[in-house]
Ligand binder design. Structure first.
Ligand SMILES: [Zn+2]
Length: 315
């Protein structure tokens, strides 16, 4: 049997949705999303080169995923991570939680809790993450049905470094002028509530009644501001039952990390360059490149090559 590599560098898959821009793949307009960690992403190098992350996950199970992920979601890779380049408003949408996904979509389905970390933003950039306080469930349902939902949504001003954790049931949309790192549960279920007058089509249908069923009228997602980060520091940006998201900031100091065999780590460089290193192995990551560190690796190091930052997601 092939051995599990120390670091699995992934080749992202790109999506060219209508609201995309040209930051992720210059020359290919519009490029909306880079799926940097996904079941169907291909491993770039090493003994498992050419295989997908999902196949490797099924092959190696706990050695890759870790004990915590295995106990919750089994052999499937539990997280999906994207970088989104938003040149227009994205559709207003909502996701079911795990129980609702089973109720509405069938056995074996999962809900979606997600978090956004803002990588770049225009000065007037906004997003939507929740419903205005004191909106009644009836008013919410009516406005979703008659297309006036934007009267009830909570707009938020955001800037680079902000993080927003959105539990399932939070109505949300990203606005123009944002480059965003998004981590979420692996799930197929998105209910589109409103598409800013873009024509509903087979590819972009609205899901009115399911949206009404799962949208929380009483919730606005709080924004976490990134603290000033020193050289060689770690900051927790978001934490929930499904994932933990941390910022690694370094210029000269090495950061010691440990999977503790509980969870894989997915490390995405968002500024500069870095090396991931064990006693026997190392890999270099450029901006927006990602490597998955299998849970069995245990202790490893994040070594900056100049001023750099990375986001690390685990379960
Ligand atoms: Zn979403």
């Amino acid at each position: 049997m092939t051995q599990l590599s120390t670091f699995l560098k992934l080749t992202p898959v790109y999506r060219d949705y209508v609201w995309g821009g040209e930051k992720l793949r210059p020359g290919h307009y519009p490029t909306a999303e880079a799926w940097v960690v996904w079941e169907n992403d291909i491993i770039e190098s090493g003994s498992l080169a050419g295989e997908t992350l999902g196949d490797v996950s099924m092959q190696f199970g706990e050695a890759l995923l870790g004990s915590k992920a295995m106990s919750r979601t089994g052999m499937r890779f539990p997280l999906l991570i994207k970088i989104l380049d938003c040149a227009q408003w994205l559709s207003l949408q909502v996701h079911p939680n795990d129980e609702q996904a089973i109720e509405l979509e069938g056995a074996g389905q999962f809900g979606k809790t997600e978090a956004w970390h803002i990588l770049e933003s225009n000065p007037d950039a906004k997003l939507i993450a929740g419903i205005k306080p004191n909106t009644s469930p009836e008013a919410l349902a009516n406005s979703i049905r008659n297309g006036s939902i934007v009267d009830h949504v909570q707009y938020a001003d955001i800037k680079q470094g902000d993080t927003i954790l959105m539990p399932a049931g939070t109505l949300h949309a990203l606005g123009p002028g944002l480059l965003v790192y998004e981590v979420q549960q692996t799930s197929d279920w998105t209910y589109r509530v409103f598409d800013w007058g873009r024509i509903a089509s087979n590819k972009r249908p609205l899901h009115i009644e399911k949206s009404i069923h799962v949208t929380r009228a009483d919730f606005t997602a709080p924004i976490t501001r990134m603290p000033d980060a020193g050289d060689g520091t770690r900051h927790t940006l978001a934490q929930c039952d499904y994932f933990t998201l941390e910022m690694l900031s370094a210029e000269a100091n090495v950061i010691a990390l440990d999977t503790q065999k509980e969870s894989f780590h997915a490390v995405t460089v968002i500024k500069g360059k870095a090396l991931l290193k064990t006693a026997n192995d190392q890999i270099e990551l450029d901006k927006f490149q990602t490597a998955v560190v299998p849970a069995q690796v245990g202790v490893y190091e994040f070594c900056p090559l100049g001023d750099c930052r990375a986001l690390k997601a685990s379960v």
